[in-house]
Design a protein around this ligand. Structure first.
Ligand code: NAD
Ligand code: ZN
Length: 354
């Protein structure tokens, strides 16, 4: 089978020929129905490496591996002892693979596994250290990592939800208590994750939504998905947000870029007692001191989300409350898709259908 593989750090991924995986006892192979192209894959190609300088850590895993950590498809091969699935069942893959036994993993938060050394790959999963879904077939090491798709949700539509919706859902859910109808939420970066964040904020909170991006198309998309206000980078955003919020700033700011400029902006438009959450992995640094954010503002990062939250996200989509705006591409197009993603030419999420 063909697969898009990262062969070494600091290189573009390549399409190579690989044998179709076979499942050992307890494992499954799924036929991929869609694999989302995440900006994190670009970071893996460009920024990550061994002995990385701070703030990007040296990973406990390394290439070669097949890319694609946003995956959904159909059960194809079933290893001995697996009882819950039948061939052809449509499933989504929960992407962060922990030990499965610690308290965090049992609660579904495999992202924050307490025993990463006992996970299939420490701190990673399919597409992050092990082979992911940018291939015709993908090996999934444990059945708990597969979620049945609710009726009406197709694998191609579910694939990007496993990260591009799950990650903002987790970040927004963490701040739900602050997102009352009189509150404001700012979403910086309306790409694959950010365009889902706008919808999730819309359907799960009463807050007024402000979206910020450097591209007009992204801001138009944000408006069409329910953002109340949109601002383009360079628009004197700080004073405009202060005007809208009676001088206070927003209760919650989510930064889906994470570079110096966006983090400085986020810190300047968040209010006292607010939440400023950095989700983007541009790998730059925000200086932090007593005065760098308003009093009692929580500065936090979030990583992906839990298995339970993924079930909630799939349900929101099955009820037509959220949907990823996707463009569909063949596996052979994947290298070009990443060039387009880097150039800001992808609207919403690109999904590879091998
Ligand atoms: P994307 O490329 O689809 O979207 C990024 C958006 O940000 C684009 O619309 C772009 O125009 C906009 N943008 C870029 N620079 C900007 C700036 N200076 N100011 C305002 N807007 C700007 O990327 P994505 O796939 O949505 O991923 C977003 C980020 O989230 C990436 O850094 C990715 O690595 C990271 N990520 C984090 C997690 C996590 O668990 N924390 C999970 C997945 C992805
Ligand atoms: Zn664990």
């Amino acid at each position: 089978m063909k697969a898009l593989r990262l062969m070494k750090w600091k290189s573009e991924a390549e399409i190579v020929e690989l044998p179709k995986p076979t499942p050992a006892p307890g494992q499954l192979v799924i036929k991929i129905g869609g694999a989302g192209a995440c900006h994190l894959d670009l970071d893996l190609m460009k920024d990550f490496g061994d002995g990385q300088l701070s703030p990007l850590p040296a990973m406990a895993w390394k290439p070669p591996f097949t890319l694609g950590h946003e995956n959904a498809g159909w059960i194809d091969l079933i290893g001995a002892g697996v009882s819950r699935f039948r061939e052809g069942d449509p499933v989504a893959v929960y992407g962060s693979w922990g030990c499965g036994k610690c308290g965090k993993c049992k609660a579904g938060f495999e992202t924050y596994c307490d025993n990463p050394a006992k996970a299939p790959v420490p701190g990673g999963g399919g597409g992050l250290g092990l082979d992911g879904g940018m291939a015709e077939y993908m090996l999934v090491p444990f059945e708990r990592l597969l979620l049945d798709l609710p009726d009406g949700l197709k694998p191609i539509d579910a694939a990007p939800l496993t990260d591009a919706a799950l990650t903002p859902y987790h970040a927004i859910k963490r701040s739900w208590a602050k997102l009352t109808p009189d509150a404001f939420i700012v979403i910086i970066g309306v790409g694959g994750l950010g365009h889902m964040a706008v919808q999730i904020a819309k359907v799960t909170t009463g807050a007024t939504i402000i979206a910020i991006d450097s591209r007009n198309e992204a801001l138009e998309l944000a408006t069409s998905l329910g953002a109340n206000y949109t601002f383009k980078v360079g628009d004197e955003i700080k004073s405009k947000v202060k005007d809208l919020t009676s001088g206070h700033g927003a209760e919650v700011v989510l930064d889906f870029v994470g570079n110096k400029q966006t983090m400085a902006l986020g810190a300047s438009i968040c209010r006292t007692l607010g939440d400023f959450t950095i989700v983007g992995i541009a790998g730059e640094v925000l200086p932090f001191s007593f005065f760098s954010v308003p009093y009692k503002t929580s500065l936090q990062t979030t990583y992906w989300g839990s298995r339970v939250e993924l079930a909630e996200v799939l349900d929101l989509a099955a009820h037509h409350l959220i949907s990823s705006k996707i463009s569909k591409f063949k596996l052979a197009d994947a290298p070009q898709v990443y060039l387009d993603l880097a150039a800001g030419k992808i609207e919403g999420r690109a999904v590879i259908v091998p």
